[in-house]
Design a protein around this ligand. Structure first.
Ligand SMILES: [Zn+2]
Length: 310
C-alpha cells in the first residue's frame, strides 16, 4: 500500500511516496511561503498531485512544525509558520480528495525512526531532533505518546535554567536554549566576546559572523571557545536526557536533526553526562544513546506510516 508523507518546513515542502517497508519510492521538494497558509496548502496539494499521478495512493500524512490538536487535524499554533487554528487536514483533504492525517513534525520523525530507523526492535524510545531548537517525540510501549490534547513531548521547552535565556515560546530558560544549534552559536559568541584569545580560530573563520557551521569547523580545528560551546551542549543534553529517563525510563534515546551531523564533537560527552546524572545510577539498566538513521527523511517516512495506520 502506498501513502504520501509530507514534511512542511518554514521555506519548503518535502514530500514522498512511501511503501509498506518505509522505502521512499519517489520524492519531490517545492519552495513555499510560510506567511500564507493557503499558499502552503496549495504547495502541499501540488506535491501530492505530482507524486500521485498514475499511482494508487491510500492516504496522506503531514508532519507540521507546530502544536497539532488531539484529532490530528488542526494546527493550533506554529512558532515559525503563520498557522493559528489552521484546519490543515480539512484544507488539504479538500484539495486532494484523500484521507489526511496531521502530526507534529518531531512526533512524525520519532515514529519514522521507531518503525524503520535507529528505534527498530525497541518498545520505549525518546527521539530528540536537535536543530535550531530541540524537537521531541516519545514512543511508549510501541505507541506514539501524544498527551491528552496532542501537546505532549514538547521536550525542548522543559526548564533547564530558571530565569535563563528567553525562548521563542515566550518562556525563559527552556532546555532548547542550552542544548540546540542556536544554543551552540549563542554560547560560542558569548565566549568569543568575553575571551577573544580563546576563539582565534573561530573568529578567523567567521570573519565577524559566527554561525553553527563555523563553530563546528573551528571545533574540529581545536578552537578552545568552540570546543567549550560543544561541551556545554553535551552537558545540557546529558542533563535533559537524565531528567527524561527519571520520568519515562526509555530503552533508548535517538539523537537526530542537523546538529547531530557533528555528533563526533559531542555525543560521547553527552552520553557520559547522561550516565553521571541518572537517578538510581548503578542500580538500573542504562538507556542507550543512538544516532538517528533516516536523516532528513525521517519525518516524511514517519508521517506516511502514520497515515497508513490512521
Ligand atoms: Zn521554550
Amino acid at each position: 500500500m502506498l501513502t504520501i508523507g509530507v514534511d512542511i518546513g518554514g521555506t519548503k515542502v518535502a514530500a514522498g511516496v512511501v511503501d509498506d517497508d518505509g522505502v521512499i519510492v519517489e520524492q519531490t521538494l517545492r519552495p513555499t511561503d510560510a506567511e500564507h497558509p493557503d499558499l502552503v496548502a496549495e504547495t502541499v496539494a501540488a506535491c501530492v498531485r505530482e507524486l500521485g499521478a498514475g499511482r494508487e495512493i491510500e492516504a496522506v500524512g503531514i508532519g507540521a512544525a507546530g502544536f497539532v490538536d488531539e484529532s490530528r487535524s488542526v494546527v493550533r499554533f506554529a512558532p515559525n509558520l503563520a498557522w493559528r487554528e489552521e484546519p490543515l487536514q480539512k484544507r488539504i483533504s479538500g484539495l486532494v480528495g484523500l484521507p489526511v492525517v496531521v502530526e507534529n513534525d518531531a512526533n512524525a520523525m520519532a515514529w519514522g525512526e521507531f518503525r524503520y530507523g535507529a528505534g527498530r526492535g525497541q518498545s520505549h524510545i525518546v527521539c530528540l531532533t536537535i536543530g535550531t531548537g530541540i524537537g521531541g517525540g516519545i514512543v511508549l510501549d510501541g505507541a506514539l505518546y501524544r498527551g491528552r490534547w496532542g501537546m505532549g513531548a514538547e521536550l525542548g521547552h522543559t526548564q533547564m535554567v530558571p530565569g535563563g535565556r528567553l525562548c521563542g515560546c515566550g518562556l525563559h530558560g527552556c532546555w532548547e536554549q542550552y542544548a540546540s544549534g542556536n544554543a551552540l552559536v549563542v554560547e560560542a559568541r558569548e565566549i568569543a566576546a568575553a575571551h577573544p584569545e580563546r576563539a582565534e580560530i573561530l573568529l578567523g573563520l567567521a570573519g565577524g559572523k559566527i554561525d553553527g557551521e563555523e563553530v563546528t569547523e573551528a571545533a574540529r580545528r581545536g578552537d578552545d571557545a568552540s570546543l567549550s560551546a560543544f561541551a556545554v551542549l553535551a552537558d545540557g543534553l546529558g542533563q535533559g536526557m537524565a531528567d527524561l529517563a527519571a520520568v519515562l525510563d526509555p530503552g533508548c534515546f535517538i539523537l537526530g536533526g542537523g546538529v547531530s551531523r557533528a555528533a563526533d564533537l559531542f555525543v560521547d560527552r553527552a552520553r557520559k553526562a547522561f550516565e553521571e546524572r541518572l537517578t538510581g545510577r548503578g542500580h538500573r539498566p542504562v538507556a542507550e544513546v543512538r544516532l538517528a538513521e533516516l536523516g532528513p527523511s525521517a519525518g516524511l517516512v514517519g508521517a506516511a506510516d502514520l497515515a497508513r495506520r490512521r
